[in-house]
Ligand binder design. Sequence first.
Ligand code: ASP
Ligand code: MG
Length: 594
Amino acid sequence: MSLVVQKFGGTSVADSHKIMAAARKAIRAQQQGHQVVMVVSAMGKQTDLLVELAQQIHVRPPAREMDVLLSTGEQVSAALMAMAIDSLGHKAVSLTGTQIGIHTDSTHTKARIRSINTDRMQQLLNQGNILIAAGFQGVDEDADITTLGRGGSDTTAVALAAVLCADACEIYTDVDGVYTTDPRIVPEARRVSRVSYDEMLELASLGAGVMHSRSIEFAKKYDVQIHVRSSLTDTPGTLITDLPESNSHVVCGAAVTLDEARVSLLRVADVPGTSWEVFSRLAERKVAVDMIVQNVGEQGLTDLSFTVPCAELESTLDAMREVRDVVAAHQVSHDDQVSKVSVVGLGMVRRTGVAETMFRALTEVGINIQMITTSEIKISALVARSEAKAALRAVHQAFELGDEPAPKLPQEGRGEQLATADVADVLSRLRGVDMEELFLDEITLDQQQARVTMNGVPDSPGVAAEIFEEIAAAGVLVDMIVQSYHEMPGKSSLSLTVPQPQLESCLQIVGALSQELGCQSITHCPHVAKLSVSGVGLRSHTSVAIRMFRALSEADINVEMINTSEVRVNIVVAGELGTRALQSLQDVFADALR
Ligand code: ASP
Ligand code: MG
């Protein structure tokens, strides 16, 4: 018999009418022949109200008690939903996380799921009940209530869909799907019919609301197809699956993260261990670092820049005061008036010219790019906050995101339903390991790249666009791009990697441009090694980058370039160190590689 999981968010259970409407949806699904598991959030803004209440009583409420408190919101919705279904003459049973047996670790207020018991759920479903699970909660080894972090009911829903091998996982919410960007900023934003897990992971971490990031990690890991749709209508929403919407769009979405701050350590010693010293201190303070940009140094010195949420700037600067002397930084600078504009798309892997399109779009509206990082499926540019929304509009327009893609659906990949072979595969992945454990696909070593760095590039609109257009026109395939903040006012430095056979032609172009633009100097390395760690949970497990940096530092390997995304961390080291770097990463992640 087929099974569907239906999750109703806070706005979809905000009052008794909405609860009745949700109950009817579940009953209808049951009448269509499905077993139905509902996952409910707390009613409306109930969780926020509980948080406020706690803060009126205690400035720093104990996390354990927060979980006891916050989990009540979902318990209320679950009970009311069961009553609603009963009132309509159907059988329903509500269960808390503890009653189901959603076992988590003991990290109160942001616990991770370890395992889920399916016995009781199966039994109740087989007796013809609609099952209503209180979202967002679990239980730890000591039988204490835990919660999964704000927005965690999505994760409950996808996790239940995974362990029950559900045929569908429907997320009912107050928006009708996933959009190409925030429609409040860009009215032409379009609802997409489909988005891939990796794209959604990047977009979710960029703040494109809709779904809890960890729920997408779960979905990817256990092959759960998610359908995000409106609880107010019956129109189809957006499928989150392993395939992108189309092959014709290179980019699937654009996002802006408004409240970012840049922090730079200028002229630090370019030696093994610098990144580790810096980022381990931020990890201790639980600061979520993004856009790490390190450019290749000159005369043994390098600049290291990164962005953090504005709210975490103070504790970041504390950490920098502590580390400054350790890494012999000449100066620490910061700017809290910046925003990050990003484009995401699986199509970038196959297509060149994406970076140029983005840079050109920003140039045309006269916006200066302060920092750039690129990864396989994402390009991010840091701009002044006053220009961020204009930047988002320009980029959305340049990639024609408002237009429907050509109706050509991707060919390869699995169909709509989970194939039987996949189920076995999923079940084997569930055995013996914690469900939300870090999961690495692979660690790869690419020895075919060369690196070119331009120092003292004028930091003004249009420069990046010009450089990359000329390089692209010569047919050179640029892989990683890193533009960082430079201590000299009005200058930046730009590093890129290119295939070794194309190094000469790249150097010629860059050499000519450098004269024209009045750059300081050009350095290059004919043979660098690029190491990539890819998998699920790279960013939500904040320790990943730290473990990498520590391993490399212990192996006395200097990191030349870095970029990070949700699904991958790339680093570049000197060519001759490639094999040794690979070995040390394989050692340090032995437990996560399965
Ligand atoms: N009620 C919780 C929150 O507001 C969990 C959820 O809705 O997903 O964060
Ligand atoms: Mg939510």
